[in-house]
Write a protein that binds this ligand. Sequence first.
Ligand SMILES: Cc1cc2nc3c(=O)[nH]c(=O)nc-3n(C[C@H](O)[C@H](O)[C@H](O)COP(=O)(O)OP(=O)(O)OC[C@H]3O[C@@H](n4cnc5c(N)ncnc54)[C@H](O)[C@@H]3O)c2cc1C
Length: 469
Amino acid sequence: MLDAVVVGAGPNGLTAAVELARRGFSVAVFEARSTVGGGARTEELTLPGFRHDPCSAAHPLGINSPAFRALPLERYGLRWAHAELPMAHPFQDGSAAVLSRSVGETAASFGPRDAGVYRRLVEPFLPRWDTLARDFMSLPSTALPRDPVTLARFGLAGLPPSTWLMRRFRDERAKALFAGLVAHVMAPLSGFATGAVGLVFALAAHARGWPVVRGGSQVLSDALAAYLKDLGGAVHTDYEVKRLDDLPPARAYVFDTSPTALARIAGFGRYYEHYRYGPGVFKIDYALDGPVPWRAEEARRAGTVQVGASSAEIGTALRAASRQGRAPERPFLITVQPSVADPTRAPAGRHVFWAYGHVPSGWTGDLTDTVERQLERYAPGFRDRVLARATAGPPEIAARNANYVGGDIACGAASGLQLLLRPRLSLSPYTTPHPAVFICSSATPPGPGVHGMSGHNAAKAVWRRLRQP
Ligand SMILES: Cc1cc2nc3c(=O)[nH]c(=O)nc-3n(C[C@H](O)[C@H](O)[C@H](O)COP(=O)(O)OP(=O)(O)OC[C@H]3O[C@@H](n4cnc5c(N)ncnc54)[C@H](O)[C@@H]3O)c2cc1C
């Protein structure tokens, strides 16, 4: 009998499997798709030689992840590739606010009235960032905080809604950039603890940047899978699990799936019926015959570029998709240009680029024209650079990966208490009604993103159970 079976080979499933195998447990992973990776994969979606990340591409949480940093992933090919600037937030006048590795450069880009406010906001946390990241990403209660005082100070700054925190800024440059950061997890700007979301992304940029993976996000997943195999673990692909009976006998079953799918597979009835999913996204992957012609030169040097005129416009776009059931007229766009940092992604002189905007859950329309009109406002001539595009709305995104219910790439709404306490109001989020069944996907804390910390925390709950006499 195996010690543990993991269902789903996304970053969290693979990390959970590796953590268990490292501790001497026998582990097998079962993945529905023909390749491992879940939301961290790479494919030639458009033209030969253009290597696109259909899901995650920018990795502020990956490079800062305490779980990944403790694993020998470089030995298995992982290399982070940094653009000159982690992130830029351009405006239509050709200027930009930036998130730089340097706090000074970032603060200066916000203008004189907000530079000091920003410094005072982030500087107290930076010297203690590694401990804070570990403490914050291990909540609730999988480990005692190593620095409870800093964690408490961070809580005071971050638990209020981001709109409170943004009131400290006087000008729109800082407000818009910060609102955009919160929108990365598709949280409403006025939601509880959304200040913490913005702060985590900003601190991550100052600590280690927002890199892409050289060769594509698939390299990270392949590194995790190769390490797992060296530890004696097995990976079975093209194996969709529909019932617990589909799996071999094991002492523990760990699900890198949505709570809804887990309830269906394990027969948990209505156990997760209160779990809510958020809006979807409409994503376009582009093959370009040159770099994006951003008007702001900072945006040309950045790995990630946020596109939204103001915090109000970003808030309106999020509300349209999440509450009003309609696609925004001016979508807030998150865009990543991996080949600015990693020329291996495209033939010489050419580029891969992606952009997504938020749309209602399950939305079946085509947002291509709206997205490109929005891009043209900040990068005139963008359309002339397009060699090919691959579009995916909520139905296509959900069909690619069952975890993205209705196109929700966060595997659950990041609003209300569910931002922090997911998938249920519980201090042991990784356990389920069945003592041998666990959940480790991004539906558990610390939530969406490629960081493997949900898998790491869940593995801890599993090995504690397996070691019980
Ligand atoms: C368009 C898009 C852009 C994104 N951009 C970023 C970004 O730039 N940076 C970032 O950090 N994050 C980003 N994310 C989010 C990130 O990809 C996810 O938060 C992360 O992948 C979650 O990891 P996971 O292991 O929990 O689940 P997933 O990565 O979703 O993996 C789950 C795996 O389980 C498999 N599975 C599900 N059900 C079954 C079943 N019944 N049987 C067998 N296998 C099953 C799936 O096929 C999948 O491989 C993005 C996501 C999307 C979709």
